[in-house]
Design a protein around this ligand. Structure first.
Ligand code: 5AD
Ligand code: SF4
Length: 459
């Protein structure tokens, strides 16, 4: 079998694609890079906003056409597969395999069946399963929990991914060992709300550490860098901030979605905190980590959001001074409480507010990044940048960073970089040696210099 996988959505989906892909490989499948080469195409879907849903619809349309000309098995997995909306789409477009986010390990059974296979159950065995580490990569994701016990009124995730189920710490640490043995240096702990780890349905699980203690355990493993995402502000307790500060491997980076700066909107979103409470959490975090890099998620144009409410979001942005933000126009999702109870605002209002917010974010990111000029940052380099004269990577604070190539460094590893230039999205710098001196750059490779640079590089 030649399988091609397409992924939409969040890092959880990327992890799940990797998990299913590794199952397919264990059944003898070849993973191919395009739909044209494949006889099985599996789409990992996202249902959190309308746009990714429409993308899936258009891909399914194309695949139905392709099926008219050649034998092709089409599969759909992930959040949309769990919803009636997705199942209707699957029927309409002749999808053969449907796997909800809790049934991913049914992929084997699905492929053995000659008939249509739809798996929609939530199974615990998913948590015991350890996918092999990604080959040759320094970064990896590690799922520590699935689902969500919150009920934010705009969000479809509690419906698609079900209630929160924490993964047993032994399984997490075993997976961490396989990652470390494969050379992984940065691990991102994943979950819808990682800070609530070990407290499922409001009850602490026996034998499960708190999230702060899990961070300590992972910190003792020898992994160089630890990140985690995502956190609900109400579960971000001060002991987590204190543990982050005390555990050297944990990066000084916090992604704390605020969604809105207006307490009135937050109440309608059922976020369980006010503007003031959120700001108190930020103050706690900064008390323990004064230089923390802060990112957030914001929804503009939630039903009933007035210009005054939106102004409060803008002023909260200034009050916190985020380093970066993921910003979205509210998208009404069938099946969510806000879809049922509130009227959507006109699209023009939402887009106009979104562009004002994006302007603010750019301004802050430019200032924050410019403030890093002259500092030394620890950068995990992945390999060649778009321009092969440069290497790219990211800092502990998740800033994409680009450096010119130097002799002896091929690009995979963690290095010290002095920042000398910054844009709102990218920082630029020079690689340093152990004494903090800039390493000599390789001559730039362009057609004229090519003949010259090859012998120089070898010298
Ligand atoms: N409309 C717009 N954005 C949404 N998000 C979740 N649901 C919606 C929706 N219905 C955003 C939130 C969340 C991020 C993953 O997606 O900001 O934090
Ligand atoms: Fe959705 Fe809220 Fe749960 Fe996040 S915390 S997944 S926004 S319900």
């Amino acid at each position: 079998m030649r399988a091609h996988l397409i992924t939409y959505g969040c890092q959880m989906n990327e992890y799940d694609t990797h998990l299913v892909q590794s199952q397919l490989v264990s059944f003898g499948a070849d993973i191919v890079e395009s739909v044209d080469e494949a006889d099985f195409v599996l789409i990992n879907t996202c249902a959190v906003r309308g746009k990714p849903v429409e993308k899936v619809r258009s891909v399914l349309g194309k695949l139905r056409k392709a099926k008219e000309h050649r034998p092709l098995v089409v599969g759909m997995m992930g959040c949309l597969a769990q919803l009636e909306e997705g199942q209707q789409m699957a029927r309409k477009f002749g999808v053969d395999v449907l796997l909800g986010p809790g049934s991913l390990l049914d992929i084997g059974k699905a492929l053995e069946t000659n008939d249509r296979f739809w798996g929609l159950a939530f199974k615990d065995e998913l948590h015991d399963h350890i996918p092999p580490p990604p080959t040759g990569k320094l970064q990896a994701h590690l799922t520590i929990m699935r689902g969500c016990d919150h009920h934010c009124t705009y969000c479809i995730v509690p419906t698609t991914r079900g209630p929160q189920v924490s993964r047993h710490p032994d399984d997490i640490l075993r997976e961490l060992d396989t990652l470390l043995a494969a050379g992984v240096q940065e691990v991102t702990l994943l979950g819808q709300n990682v800070n609530a780890y070990g407290v499922d349905g409001g009850a602490r699980l026996g034998g499960y550490p708190s999230f702060a203690n899990l961070l300590r355990l992972v910190g003792q493993s020898g992994v160089r860098r630890i990140k985690f995402t995502t956190s609900h502000p109400m579960n971000f307790t001060e002991d987590v901030a204190a543990t982050m500060a005390e555990t050297p491997a944990v990066c000084e980076y916090v992604h704390l979605p605020v969604q809105s700066g207006s307490s009135r909107v937050l109440r309608r979103m059922a976020r369980e905190y006010t503007r003031e409470k959120y700001l108190a959490h930020i103050a706690d975090i900064r008390k323990h980590m004064p230089d923390v890099v802060l990112a957030t998620d914001i929804i503009v144009g939630f039903p009933g959001e007035t210009e005054e409410d939106f102004q409060e979001t803008l002023s909260l942005y200034d009050e916190v001074g985020y380093d970066s933000a993921y910003m979205f126009a509210y998208s009404a999702r069938p099946g969510t409480p806000s879809y049922k109870h509130f009227d959507d605002l006109p699209r023009e209002v939402k887009t106009e507010r979104l562009s004002r917010l994006i302007a603010k974010q750019k301004d802050w990111s430019a200032r924050k990044n410019a403030g890093k000029i002259g500092t030394v940052q620890e950068v995990l380099l992945r390999g060649d940048a778009h321009d092969a004269n440069f290497l790219e990577g990211h800092t502990r604070g998740n800033h994409p960073t680009v450096v010119p190539k130097v002799m002896g460094i091929t690009g995979a590893g963690i290095y010290q970089v002095r920042i000398n230039h910054a844009t709102p999205h990218v920082m630029y710098g020079k690689l340093l040696d152990a004494q903090g001196n800039e390493l000599p750059e390789l001559p730039k490779h362009n057609p004229e210099a090519a003949a010259l640079s090859a012998p120089l590089a070898m010298a």
